[in-house]
Write a protein that binds this ligand. Structure first.
Ligand code: PMV
Length: 322
């Protein structure tokens, strides 16, 4: 009962922000993301009869805080298999620099794929995504490569990932690492606070559904300018909604705004470059891979080399040979 798997991180172009069901992690709105080649997690699991407790080692160090979530997640699969065997989980996050972008998305997706293989559960990616969702919402989308929708659904079996496109039409992302420290307000807490206190929240969810339809149309046309402009509008609407919570949630830092202004300037020069920020200060730039060198050289006038990472679309999550 051992297996190893790899899953890549994803960045949402249509954001998930807010749950309809807290316990099952069913979102208020469907979302859509690009799986990234540059960031991934490798996870080895071993269900071992000799273990008295579950164990979790992340990048060589034990991580008791995440272990609680991992045990709960493993319980979902133990229940299906009808076992109580404890598991040893070893994960390694692969990021090009110490970017601090290690994400729960690639982590829970790799863990789900590894457990599915170790316990011979034979779930297909879509079904598996409904379990991975219960580890971390954004992880739902990391079961597939390329462009992936997380359909919000209305119950635990239909809130799932759906593959949209492999994204091999020059779509890419440049990531500007503004701050690699852990965020001060977790997305779970931030979402709930926004729902409870922002007068704009319902409008955000409604508008997102419209953005999603427009995004799918832009993807089918392989229109990167349109994809980027919808993504930027959607991301900044999410940040505006967070800022309209009371007290406000502000993830941007002064250097985030600096990067945003540079992106606007690049656009005025004719480059395809659009913002997609998440619940943190780092700035992701939706772009054409063929123009990424030009974008990077402009960013280097202000940011250090190690703050800038380029990524193309990544693959599906998969089982690795041991
Ligand atoms: O599922 P979480 O807790 O990683 O929340 C993700 C929230 C955003 O990154 C802001 C948006 C998204 O869709 O990934």
């Amino acid at each position: 009962m051992k297996a190893k798997a790899r899953a890549h991180a994803n960045i949402a172009l249509i954001k998930y922000w807010g749950k309809a069901d807290e316990a099952l992690i069913i979102p208020n709105n469907s979302s859509l993301s690009l799986t990234l080649d540059a960031f991934y997690t490798d996870t080895h699991v071993h269900f071992d009869e000799h273990l008295a407790e579950d164990e979790f080692i992340l990048d060589g160090k034990s991580d008791p805080k995440t272990l609680v979530k991992i045990s709960k997640f493993a319980d979902l699969f133990r229940a299906i298999k009808g076992i109580n065997t404890r598991v040893r989980v070893k994960s390694v996050n692969h990021v090009p620099t110490a970017a601090g972008l290690a994400s729960s998305a690639s982590g829970f997706a790799a863990l789900g794929v590894a457990i599915n293989a170790a316990l011979d559960l034979n779930m297909d990616a879509e079904v598996l995504s409904t379990y991975i969702r219960q580890g971390s919402g954004s992880a739902t989308r990391s079961v597939y490569g390329g462009l992936v929708e997380w359909q919000k659904g209305s119950n635990t079996t239909d809130s799932k990932a759906v593959f949209i496109d492999d994204a091999t039409f020059d779509l890419g992302m440049v990531i500007v690492v503004i701050d690699k420290d852990e965020k001060t307000i977790s997305s779970r807490v931030g979402m709930q606070h926004t729902i409870e206190t922002s007068p704009y929240y319902t409008l955000w969810a409604k508008d997102s559904a419209r953005d999603l339809e427009a995004m799918k149309e832009a993807i089918s046309n392989k229109d990167i300018d349109h994809i980027g402009s919808i993504a930027e509008h959607n991301a900044l609407k999410m940040h505006a909604t967070m800022m309209s919570a009371n007290p406000a949630i502000i993830y941007m830092q002064p250097d985030s705004l600096k990067a945003i202004q540079m992106v606007q300037a690049m656009r005025n020069e004719g480059l395809t470059a659009f913002i997609a920020m998440d619940a943190g200060p780092n700035v992701k730039i939706v772009c054409k891979l063929s123009e990424s060198d030009q974008i990077v050289s402009r960013l280097k006038t202000t940011f250090k080399d190690e703050q800038i990472i380029v990524s193309g679309p990544g693959p599906d999550a998969y089982v690795l040979e041991e």
